[in-house]
Ligand binder design. Structure first.
Ligand code: HDE
Length: 740
């Protein structure tokens, strides 16, 4: 081994025992970042800390000399070799050819769905309480397992925006001692379709129109609503998407769901059925629609930046893994709900979610392509103790994920890519193929053999993975049909809508109205109103009013033979309103000017940092204002990056700007007026003290409005504003016609 490799052995991000990231504010002006660990010498570990024997995996710009890929030193990389300074370029210039050839092939096909994503490393620690139902060792008490989690909108392509209305992927790779376990879930617990054979249909309908390839990253168009109106098993998923869940505030504030029912196996072979849940420590929160639209223009990378900034600033997001456990009966139903139907939830009130471990994402990827782009998840990557069920959607996925990687990652050896390497020893008999990195020794990659001493040997029944649980397979003829229970498409969407608070219901009505309003075909809108009529009369009437169409008197005209909706008790756990949550990682803007009391601002910043928040000082110009460092200027900030606003001043407009606000009010910079008006409309807490109170008047914000805190002193204003932030929004402001 090279001496330098010995010297620099970076701690594996997120691996057990690695240090937590340094606490610092990413937005504070600072010296150039310290070299990242990959800018040292090549390391002998994969990004997740797995040992590798196949040479350097992490190579950065380091070392004294620029070289070719073959290690030959170069003197110039700016000029191609030419016959005279103004003459033709010579084919013999290897550096030119190698550089251009490599560049020409830098791109690989993006994922056919979930193309855009953001990911982080972390660690999962088991609570040990799942042992009675599952023998997977990573769930054992205090067992630490490195993880890599990728979040992703579904429809948009790699360069699309983050804050679109869409489902989000939530995929976690657990590098367990027993092999890799992938939990490839979504932030919505149900899916559009009940059978994998419909996946190409729903994706073709949701993706941009084939002629002009628009619209990008959204479902507000004819083909999507055409499909979901004719294929009403999608109604439940669509309802979640149209609710606030479709526009999450942050990946850190999303639930995750395994969607399908899985089968757990305990140490003595006993089985149970289970649904997996991820519960975010920060609660489940969403953007409001106008905010999401602004975000997509102001900061298309909003969710990606938010995740990376939170980790870098020392507020690593956490989720508890929870399970809903059901008896493994031959019917595979629970309280009348078909557990094999991926369009159905089991309300938490009927089967509580029991926490079994905690995931902390505490390290950002070093290289987006190597890690976030090349990671390959698969719902069939299972460890002993976790098995699949006959859910026809899951069964089809078991084929798709292996298959898609062949094209995306260029051959069958993608498990050898560093981010995909198991931490458990690998001893397969898979050989050769594109991008084979291993130098396999041995003469007999087959079994049985005598030439390699019979190696490798088989595992005992107690540790083998991919166990065939002796589940009964119903006898019958080969058929292309669904069970009768799959024909209930409307009971659960009705239950979901009726479980929401009035303000969430209003948002949902507006979302349907907007999306259907963007369709051109009248028949598509009318057909979907039929679907909504079956789900809930008020919902249907609200959307029909917005579209200017009649409320249909009949139920859906799509799928033939579907059942009428039944009434189920509402599930309060589905609403996002009404609870208090930690505020760590939230962003608070503090507007200052030369008249601001610096001592008070320093105290507010200390308090905010102490609570794990990110305070951003906002002023007319960068640098410093009376000794206070400025992180954002009036030109570089918009309300959408702030969760709350504190006003320590009423900054006047630049001399050449038009005045805003009422005559008689103090003059206020128009950009701050817009910032305040947006923050107010989006129900964000606003606090003001001293001269800051005048900014409220100038922006037309009533001092007495809910969630507006005004006092002489920052000491009294700040705690109140932070307490309001714990409820996510000032919900009272979001009712009525002016709501966003
Ligand atoms: Fe996926 N899905 N999916 N999916 N899916 C992919 O695999 C597929 C489904 C999910 O961050 C693809 O590697 C089929 C449900 C996530 O890399 C592909 C069906 C759920 C991700 C694929 C489904 C998911 C994917 C594209 C219907 C939630 C991103 C690239 C049977 C439980 C993973 C890739 C990442 C990605 C197929 C339905 C979640 C084509 C055929 C249900 C989070 O293989």
């Amino acid at each position: 081994m090279h001496a330098a490799q010995d010297a620099i052995e970076p701690p594996a991000p997120g691996a057990p025992g690695s240090e937590p990231p340094t606490v610092r504010e990413p937005t504070e002006p600072r010296e150039p970042a310290e070299p990242k660990h990959d800018q040292g010498s090549p390391a002998t570990r994969t990004p997740t800390g797995a040992e590798t024997s196949t040479g350097p995996e992490q190579v950065g710009q380091q070392g004294a000399h620029l070289t070719t890929a073959q290690g030959a030193r170069l003197r110039d990389t700016d000029h191609s070799l030419k016959a005279g300074a103004r003459g033709p370029t010579l084919l013999q210039d290897h550096h030119l050819r190698e550089k251009i050839m490599h560049f020409d092939h830098e791109r690989i096909p993006e994922r056919v769905v979930h193309a855009r994503g953001a990911a982080a490393h972390g660690v999962f620690v088991g609570y040990g309480n799942a042992e009675s139902v599952c023998r997977a060792t990573f769930l054992g008490k205090d067992v630490k397992t490195p993880v890599f989690t990728r979040f992703s909108p579904v429809v948009g392509s790699r360069g699309s925006a983050d804050a679109v209305r869409d489902t989000r992927g939530f995929a976690t790779k657990f590098y367990t001692d027993e092999g890799v376990f992938d939990l490839v879930g979504n932030n919505i617990p149900v899916f559009f379709i009940q059978d994998a054979i419909k996946f190409p249909d729903v994706v073709h309908a949701a993706k941009p129109h084939p002629d002009r390839e628009i619209p990008q990253a959204q479902s507000a168009h004819d083909t999507f609503w055409d499909f979901v109106g004719l294929h009403t098993e999608a109604s439940h998923h669509v309802m979640w998407q149209m609710s606030d869940r479709g526009i999450p505030r942050s990946y850190r504030m999303m639930e995750g769901f395994g969607v399908h029912t899985f089968r757990l196996v305990d140490a003595s072979g006993g089985t149970s059925l289970v649904k997996f849940h991820w519960k975010p420590r920060l609660g489940v929160h969403s953007l409001v629609w106008e905010e999401a639209q602004l975000v997509n223009g102001v900061d298309p990378d909003f969710h990606r930046r938010d995740l990376a900034d939170a980790i870098e600033s020392g507020a690593p997001p956490q989720w508890e893994l929870g399970i809903q456990v059901f008896p493994d009966t031959p019917e595979q139903t629970f309280e009348g709900i078909d557990l094999l139907d991926p369009t159905k939830v089991v309300p938490e009130e009927l089967a509580p979610v029991q926490p079994v471990g905690l995931m902390t994402l505490d390290a950002n990827p070093t290289n987006y392509f190597a890690e976030t782009e090349q990671v390959a998840f698969h719902p069939g990557h299972l460890v002993p103790g976790i098995d699949v069920t006959d859910d026809p959607l899951l069964q089809g996925r078991l084929f798709s994920y292996l298959d898609t990687q062949l094209t995306r990652l260029g051959g069958p050896n993608f498990a050898q890519i560093p981010i995909n390497r198991p931490h458990a020893p690998v001893n397969d008999m898979l050989r050769d193929g594109w991008h084979q990195d291993a130098v396999h020794s041995g003469a007999a990659p087959y079994k049985p053999n005598s030439l390699d001493g019979g190696c490798p040997f088989f595992a005992g029944a107690d540790v083998e993975a991919l166990t065939e649980v002796a589940a009964t397979v119903p006898e019958g003829h080969k058929v292309r049909e669904s069970p009768a229970s799959y024909a209930d498409h409307f009971t659960q969407p009705r239950m979901f809508f009726r479980s929401l608070s009035p303000v969430e219901q209003e948002h949902t009505i507006r979302a349907y109205t907007f999306e259907l309003g963007r369709c051109y075909e009248e028949a598509i809108k009318e057909r979907y109103l039929g679907v909504l009529a079956e789900i809930d009369a008020d919902l249907c009437a609200g959307v029909a009013r917005g579209l200017g169409l009649d409320v249909p008197s009949r139920g859906p005209t799509g799928d033939v033979g579907v059942q009428r909706a039944q009434d189920m008790p509402p599930s309060p756990a589905l609403s996002q309103v009404g609870q208090e949550w930690p505020v760590a990682g939230r962003v608070v803007g503090i507007v200052v000017d030369t008249d601001t009391d610096r001592g008070q601002v320093d105290a507010v910043r200390r308090r905010a940092i102490g609570d794990g928040l990110v305070p951003l000082v906002i002023a007319a110009h960068g640098g410093q204002v009376d000794g206070t460092s400025v992180q954002r200027t009036f030109a570089t900030t918009r309300s959408v990056e702030l969760d709350a606003v504190l006003l320590a001043s009423c900054p006047p407009p630049a001399p050449d700007a038009d005045p805003v606000g009422d005559a008689g009010a103090a003059p206020l910079d128009p950009r701050i007026a817009v910032l305040l008006q947006e923050a107010f409309r989006h129900a964000k807490p606003i606090g003001a003290w001293g001269a800051g109170s005048a900014a409220l008047d100038a922006a037309g914000i009533p001092r007495s409005a809910p969630g507006v805190v005004v006092d002489e002193n920052a000491d009294t204003v700040t705690p109140e504003v932070l307490a309001l932030l714990g409820r996510h929004r000032v919900w009272e402001r979001l009712t009525g016609a002016s709501a966003s």
